[in-house]
Design a protein around this ligand. Structure first.
Ligand SMILES: [Zn+2]
Ligand SMILES: [Zn+2]
Length: 246
């Protein structure tokens, strides 16, 4: 096994709160320059740009995992990862059916750009993405698992949209493999503040909304190969902790 540098929480120009510079060529170049070997694309409640990233990364040094950051009705953010863009887009259709039928306000929230592999805008997503689905945390985790995906709480240390801040705790029977901490805290700090996190492997990711926020990986994961299947196996490996985080 080898250690792979990963950052599994990146937003693109499709997230209204992310910068328009967050295109496939720019993100992949920034990730490669920082030695990242696996990145995940996790826009808010959409996977619309994952095909472009998958295509742009093909044959290059950075492996792309298609994903999403879904928002539950408790305003908890969960990272969802899938084997390929088809699986991520199938999940997107389910999520869209569970979002309120509201339109995005570009002026208020920002634009939601659908890009091609070259980074050119080929459309916009008009539905409001920056809102909650009607899934509970338990329902979202179960739905993603039923689709052979990985689903776990994002930035659990953050008061806003973090599971501890909104539920008060992590439900002990929630079938999650790992938890993610934000870039505002390190592993030791997170464990000191939230001792219950000691039950889970801890992953640190950037949650980058602009290029400058993509830096050297905070997490190294021991894997046979840089694939979704290997990542899932590592996350669920309870014999040894295969994730190192700053
Ligand atoms: Zn979030
Ligand atoms: Zn995020």
């Amino acid at each position: 096994m080898r250690k792979f540098a990963v950052d599994l929480h990146l937003h693109t120009a499709l997230s209204p709160c992310a910068e328009e510079e967050m295109t496939p060529p720019a993100i992949l170049a920034q990730a490669a320059a920082n030695g990242l070997q696996i990145i995940a694309i996790t826009d808010h409640n959409t996977a619309g740009n994952t095909p472009a990233f998958f295509e742009a990364a093909s044959g290059g040094p950075v492996n792309v995992i298609p994903g999403m950051e879904v928002q539950t009705r408790e305003e908890v953010h969960l990272v969802c990862l899938f084997a390929g863009p088809d699986e991520a887009l199938a999940w997107q259709e389910v999520v869209y059916a569970h979002l309120p039928p509201l339109k995005n306000s570009v002026r208020f929230f920002g634009s939601q750009q659908i890009l091609n592999a070259a980074g050119e805008m080929i459309g916009t997503e008009d539905r409001l993405l920056l809102t909650s689905t009607d899934f509970s945390v338990e329902e979202a985790v179960a739905e993603v698992r039923a689709r052979n995906g990985i689903c776990y709480p994002a930035h659990v240390d953050r008061p806003a949209f973090g599971i501890i801040g909104n539920l008060g705790f992590i439900p002990p029977d929630l079938p999650i493999s790992v938890i993610e901490i934000s870039r505002n805290i390190n592993r030791a700090g997170a464990l000191a503040k939230f001792p219950a996190l000691g039950r889970y492997p801890i992953l640190g990711c950037s949650d980058a909304h602009r290029l400058a926020e993509i830096t050297r990986a905070r997490s190294l994961v021991s894997l046979e190969e840089p694939t979704f299947a290997a990542l899932m196996e590592a996350f669920w490996d309870r014999r040894q902790n295969r994730i190192e985080v700053d």
